[in-house]
Ligand binder design. Structure first.
Ligand code: AFD
Ligand code: MN
Ligand code: MN
Length: 396
């Protein structure tokens, strides 16, 4: 089949057996851009509907058993909402995954949350982080995934150095509250919503803050959070080398933090990232694969299933690489042979094998085709249209 050897098929099956990816609760509800959102009648309008959608994605794909939760949006009453979440886990067959605090929405965060010059605001933001740790404990979630959007818009209006200290203090206090099996994942992002400086703007800052916080703090790489042209797989290699890679928020981008479908712009970059995880010096056992997307134009369920399948299939391509052969070619600097093997694996169409793997695991051979024909989206549109009709569509 498409020139793939039996050994390669075995490698792909083994890779697909070990592949898991977490879907975001916010990927199922109506969201948009800062210029407005286009309401989808089938979008989830409650935490139950988010779990229902995540459950359908996992039923179709078999590799998405957890759903990331956003504290403010999904657990507005904090730990008091945990029993309901546990009921939904049982009902829909997916578990709560990473817990995402919200440090960017409250009015008091106008000039920052954990890096706000007002100690009272810093205190309140830290309390939210500590509440998020307790929610994760109550749900049995290993990871608390922190995106700190703090920063400033104009030079001279904030002290970058003092904000480094405040941010470090908050994350160190949060680390001390973790239970032994928990992790805190420190995400970085160069800009947006802050446009002059962001307090955690790149992997070096996230790494320094994680290191200061403690050994259970790791770095979260959101593939949309890099300057144009940045070599993300080199960052991944460095974080693996330092034992500091906690996980990924997968999406793709052409210009900014566009949160497009993974692999839709640069699938080869995704392959290169996966190769660093699967390569000859791998050691990437507990790296969390998470999706961070919320589609304004594509159908939400289709986009999530498409994302899961794309991630799976590019991962399978990376698994084709013969790391021993490649290491030998690299040692001899046989450039073209090394590249031909490497990119030859990328160019290999693994979809037929992926279909075989799915059928052998009693899954839909083509989950996207199955979703587009099984009436799930039509049914949820009928059930949810009136609730979505009330959603705010325009730019507020
Ligand atoms: C936005 C931010 C960041 C964060 C996500 C979920 O840019 O990626 O992880 O929202 O809060 O995409
Ligand atoms: Mn993210
Ligand atoms: Mn983002």
């Amino acid at each position: 089949m498409t020139g793939i050897t039996a050994t390669q098929q075995e490698k792909v099956f083994a890779a697909l057996d070990g592949f898991r990816i977490e879907v975001p609760s916010w990927g199922f509800s109506n969201t948009g851009t800062r210029f407005g959102k286009f309401i989808q009648p089938s979008a989830a309008t409650s935490i139950e509907e988010k779990f229902a959608d995540a459950g359908e994605v996992n039923r179709l794909t078999g590799v998405a058993p957890t759903v990331a939760l956003h504290v403010l949006w999904d657990l507005p009453h904090g730990t008091a909402d945990v029993p309901e979440i546990k009921r939904l886990e049982t009902k829909y067959g997916v578990k709560a995954g990473s817990i995402n605090p919200n440090l960017f929405q409250n009015q008091e965060y106008k000039f920052g949350s954990i890096a706000n010059p007002d100690p009272e605001v810093r205190k309140s933001a830290l309390e939210h982080l500590l509440d998020s740790v307790e929610i994760a404990k109550a749900l049995g979630s290993r990871d608390i995934s922190i995106w700190d959007s703090d920063g400033s818009n104009y030079p001279g209006t904030q002290s970058i150095r003092r904000r480094i200290e405040w941010t470090g203090e908050a994350l160190a206090t949060m680390h001390a509250a973790l239970s032994p099996e928990q992790r805190m994942l420190v995400e970085y992002k160069p800009f947006e919503p802050a446009f002059y400086h962001t307090d955690i703007a790149d992997w070096g800052m996230a790494l320094a803050l994680a290191h200061k916080a403690g050994p259970q703090a790791k770095v979260l790489v959101d593939t949309g959070h890099h300057y144009l042209g940045q070599n993300i797989e080199q960052i991944v290699a460095w974080l693996l080398h330092l034992g500091a890679l906690g996980g990924f928020h997968f999406n793709d981008r052409k210009y900014s933090d566009d949160d497009l479908t993974i692999g839709s712009i640069d699938p080869y970059q995704v392959f290169r990232i996966f190769h660093e995880l699967l390569g000859d010096t791998a050691g990437a056992s507990d790296v969390a694969f998470m999706v961070d997307q919320s589609h304004n134009l594509k159908g939400k369920m289709e986009a999530v299933v498409q994302t899961v399948m794309t991630a799976q299939e590019i991962y399978a391509r990376a698994a084709l690489v013969d790391n021993e052969l490649l290491a030998g070619l690299q040692a001899k600097c046989d450039l073209v042979a090394a590249e031909e093997h490497y990119r030859g694996c990328f160019w290999t169409d693994v979809r037929p094998i992926a279909r075989e793997w799915r059928e052998s695991r009693k899954l839909a051979s083509d989950p996207l085709a199955e979703l587009r024909s099984n009436g799930y989206v039509e049914e949820t549109a009928r059930a949810r249209a009136s609730k979505n009709a009330g959603s705010v569509a325009s730019y507020a």
